[in-house]
Design a protein. Structure first.
Lengths: 477, 453
């Protein structure tokens, strides 16, 4: 492999590159889908190729190909240089500046106990079919589904700054869902999890054990009252906190968004640079970190796709906004060095700033105590719908189910719960965060960003959290 | 620079399909090959900040034993990798349980020729893209604004064959330019998309974005609530895409998840609403066949206010005796989304945007939506934000730019309230194709929140 990366870097330098890197990637995916007791799909996908990124005259160029041969590497290196020269026709002032990075030779891989790809497909199918069967609790449950996705990516990164890094990431994910249809109402309840881990994680999800409750709640939701409209205290379960953190904290602290680099597509950010260190993002209870080092997270690695070492960075410190997620070419604009968050969706995409594991740190509330302490509220569980404006201020989320809290006790459920707010107002209304025992490491495997589109797998650790006086039950039902 | 293209061409692509079919031990086998050369130049803050080229291929094999199906794919088209992928699909199929609802892969039908290719688009390289971007940026600078956006070209080919005799091949091109012009407190958006890059005029796209952005400065906050609304084509396409995906998919209908349950054939919307899917219409981005090689045809979805048909692939058609695929299959991978529309059209009306503004007492003009997401698909309830040019109309004229709204609105109810339909349609990109749609004036539209800009 080293001969190929050396060739790429040499050809890039010959073509005039001030800086170049190459990533050669070989990945495989195995997916199983079951539905209504039948296997509706089993597929495997092999995908490999390489991408070369060059900086010429202060402007970026990138070219990629699925054909890993010396001839193609030479052609693609030249093509990347041609693309960079085209960029230089309309470049930024004096051009891109990169923050320094140490030269590294390293290898790293996800640690796991049981290689998921070694588990027989029959065994994996059987697990899903068994869970699927248990979802069908009554006639209202019309559609039962299960999925399992295994993913492995082997990447070699080499740069003209003498780094050579080999990393192998393995992820396992699975889930179930039940859709109930009755009296013109359609309601879905689901349970799933993703982790950088082996098959032991999928076993630990206990899909079969959880299936009956998922089916029962889907069915019950078709008979449940509509979530009332008005203002209410809400407690978000970790399954919803992760989406709240993802959309209203994770994205707005991406420094490329802040600098307008995503403006035409996903948008910009309200967290403009003058707010750094001077903005009360949330209440004192709110502590959020970007932690690429936590074992098992979907955003865990040893080095990012620019060869910068993985870090744990505090983003929100007792409510104060203190840090962005940055890259080698954005950090210098703030007089900083990259904090290592550049990741690419495969060999055919450039690295862009990505959430690593963006975690709401645990507070000191026991979850049951938080419910007991709530007079009138709704506990919202499992994201169903999400939308936020292009500066990440006005958001509206829906969850699968709402548990009604009256005088400190759960007294029933409501269907179609939604809530809406403005990001800093909302996080400043947070007055309780669950303790370590209630904290979970979860993941979002489908975070979209960039043009051409990139999908990232990002991690989120979260505990339940309570927010006061939030608008709920939006829209006409 | 001179671009060399990596496309295989019809003969070679179908030879590769043939070889993979021959290697398969399955009762039925399907082979899908796609291959593409793409360039995308992205700009922000009036300079090019990302600029990429990609050459990728893929081969997907679906092997069927009885009612057991296995799928495997690779992006390595070497002989050995192809054979390995066929073996892998066959191994997966053998390990499978029966899927009792599977009937058969589709049989062969004549595939029409469509005009999907432009030599000029295929030849366009990073230098030409940069020149187009430079023109857009010059217009933004002249207006004292900053431009962000992307200009891209793709040349691709798709080949499908199966053991029942389906053989289909098409090469296509697509070019797209989109931009947002931004100032201190305003933004304006415009886009264009075509198979022929020569049909995209960067100056015209820039001009539209500039006009919008200049008009949008100094936006005031207006209370949320129910307003008359004029949706420009980009907003209509966004809404229509969700409506068709959630309501007209035979899979959603068969599973009781569609809004149209029990409503097919009923008059739901005004006469002015006709919606169809047509992969053969050259005014869109034509496709001759779907991912199973079934030829495209015009499928009427809403005929003068009456929903009349659903979209089928071979699997969902197989669930209904006597039903055939309408040519809307996606690629054969686990967890398929079911049948999907790729070439939507909405009938034009006779109003101009100015006519609509003049007919509005108190309403909102929306340039486009942002981050739309279904809240309840069975109710067609959608939420999202307005973006890049939102204006208040009072007594027949635009009186002020306004801060962006959040809407939470049933699409079906919005269509019921359509009062005027635009006479000009714009082509807006979407999944593997796009939509050619007019602007709409709607009597009532529910805005449920306001943001700070």
């Amino acid at each position: 492999m080293k001969d190929l990366t050396d060739l790429a870097l040499q050809k890039a330098k010959e073509a005039g590159a001030e800086y170049a890197d190459i990533r050669i990637i070989d990945s495989k995916t195995e997916s199983i889908r079951v539905k209504n007791g039948a296997v509706t799909g089993v597929s495997s996908r092999d995908n490999k190729g390489f991408g070369i990124r060059v900086l010429i005259d202060g402007a970026w160029g990138f070219a990629s190909s699925s054909k890993i041969t010396p001839e193609e590497i030479a052609r693609v290196a030249q093509n990347a240089a041609a693309v960079a020269r085209a960029s230089a026709m309309v470049k930024k002032g004096e051009g891109v500046k990169l923050s320094p990075v140490e030269s590294v030779k390293a290898t790293w891989k996800t640690s796991y106990r049981e290689d998921p790809f070694d588990v027989k497909p029959e065994e994996r199918i059987e697990l899903l079919l068994e869970a699927d069967k248990r979802l069908k609790v009554d006639d209202a449950v019309r559609v039962t589904q299960g999925f399992m996705d295994l993913w492995r990516e082997h990447q070699v990164f080499a740069s003209t700054e003498n780094s050579y890094i080999e990393q192998e990431i393995t992820e396992s994910g699975a889930g179930i869902s039940a859709t109930a249809v009755a009296q013109g109402e359609v309601q879905t309840r689901s349970y799933s999890g993703y982790r950088q881990a082996g098959y032991e994680y999928i076993k630990g999800l206990d899909l079969t054990g959880r299936a009956q409750k998922v089916g029962e709640e889907a069915s019950a939701l078709t008979r449940a009252p509509q979530c009332p409209s008005g203002y209410s205290d809400i407690i978000l379960d970790p399954t919803q906190v992760i989406l709240q953190v993802h959309e209203s904290c994770g994205h707005p602290v991406e420094l490329d968004r802040v600098f307008g680099q995503e403006a035409s597509y996903a948008g910009t950010s309200f967290l403009t640079p003058e707010k750094l260190g001077h903005f009360k993002y949330g209440s004192d209870e709110v502590n959020i970190v970007a932690d690429a080092t936590i074992p098992g997270g979907l955003g865990t690695f040893a080095y990012d796709d620019e060869g910068v070492k993985a870090q744990r960075v505090t983003v929100i410190d007792h409510g104060e906004f203190v840090n962005y997620l940055s890259s080698r070419d954005t950090a210098p604009e703030l007089g900083q060095e990259s904090n290592g968050t550049m990741r690419a969706d495969g060999w055919n995409r450039i690295p862009i700033i990505r959430m690593t594991n963006i975690n709401l740190e645990p507070g000191d509330w026991d979850k049951e105590e938080m419910i007991r302490d709530t007079k009138d509220g709704i506990l919202l569980d499992t994201n169903r719908s999400w939308s936020i404006d292009d500066k990440r201020l006005n958001f509206q989320f829906g969850t699968e189910i709402g548990y009604v809290i009256k005088d400190g006790e759960i007294t029933g459920i409501v269907k179609n719960p939604t809530y809406t707010g403005i990001t800093p107002e909302f996080w400043n209304s947070c007055d309780a965060v669950g303790n370590k025992d209630s904290w979970e490491l979860l993941g979002v495997p489908n975070c979209g960003k960039g043009e051409p589109g990139q999908v990232a797998h990002v991690g989120h650790g979260a505990a339940p959290a309570r927010f006061r006086h939030v608008r709920v039950g939006v829209g006409k039902w | 620079m001179v671009k060399d293209l990596a496309l295989l061409g019809k003969e070679k692509a179908l030879e590769l399909v043939e070889a993979a079919l021959k290697a398969s031990p399955g009762d039925q086998t399907e082979v899908l090959i796609s291959n593409a050369d793409s360039y995308l130049t992205r700009f922000a803050n009036n300079y090019i900040h990302q600029n990429v080229a990609e050459r990728n291929a893929s081969l997907t094999v679906r092997v069927v034993f009885g009612k057991k199906i296995g799928v495997a794919s690779t992006n390595d088209l070497d002989e050995e990798a192809v054979r390995r992928t066929v073996d892998q699909a066959a191994m997966i199929a053998r390990l499978q349980k029966d899927n009792p609802e599977f009937v058969s892969l589709p049989g062969p039908e004549p595939v029409p020729e469509v005009a999907a290719w432009s030599d000029e688009t295929a030849r366009f390289g990073p230098d030409e893209l940069a020149r187009g971007v430079a023109a857009v940026i010059a217009a933004a600078r002249a207006g004292g604004l900053e431009a962000a956006g992307a200009f891209s070209t793709t040349a691709s080919e798709l080949a499908v064959g199966n053991s029942l005799g389906v053989r289909a091949y098409q090469k296509s091109t697509v070019a797209a330019l989109s931009t947002v012009f931004m100032g201190e407190s305003q933004s304006g958006y415009a886009q264009a998309r075509s198979r022929d890059v020569g049909a995209i005029d960067p100056d015209a796209v820039a001009g539209r974005a500039l006009d919008k952005a200049l008009a949008a400065g100094g936006a005031q906050s207006l209370d949320a609530g129910e307003y008359e609304v004029i949706l420009e084509p980009e907003a209509v396409a966004d809404m229509l895409g969700f409506f068709v995906r959630s309501s007209f998919s035979a899979m959603a209908y068969q599973e009781g998840r569609s809004y149209l349950q029990g409503k097919l054939g009923q008059k739901l919307f005004p006469d002015s609403i006709s919606i169809w899917d047509d992969g053969l219409d050259p005014t869109g981005l034509p496709q001759a066949f779907d991912f199973e090689g079934v030829p495209k045809r015009k499928v009427m979805l809403v005929d003068r206010g009456v929903p009349v048909n659903l979209l089928y692939d071979s699997y969902t058609a197989g669930r209904e005796p006597g039903r055939a695929s309408t040519g809307h299959a996606g690629p054969a991978m686990a967890g398929g989304f079911g049948p999907m529309a790729g070439n939507l059209f909405m009938a034009a009306g006779d109003a101009s945007i100015e006519d609509m503004i003049m007919a509005t007492k108190k309403g909102i003009l929306v340039t486009r939506f942002h981050y739309t997401n279904p809240v309840s698909p069975v109710r067609t309830l959608l939420t999202g934000m307005t973006r890049d040019g939102t204006f208040l109309i009072e007594n027949g004229r635009i009186t002020a730019p306004v801060k962006n709204f959040r809407f939470t609105q049933s699409i079906a109810d919005a269509l019921v309230g359509v009062e005027m339909v635009g006479r000009e349609r714009r082509f807006v990109g979407g999944w593997r194709g796009g939509s050619l749609v007019p602007a709409l004036k709607i009597a009532r539209f529910t805005f449920t929140g306001v943001t700070e800009f």
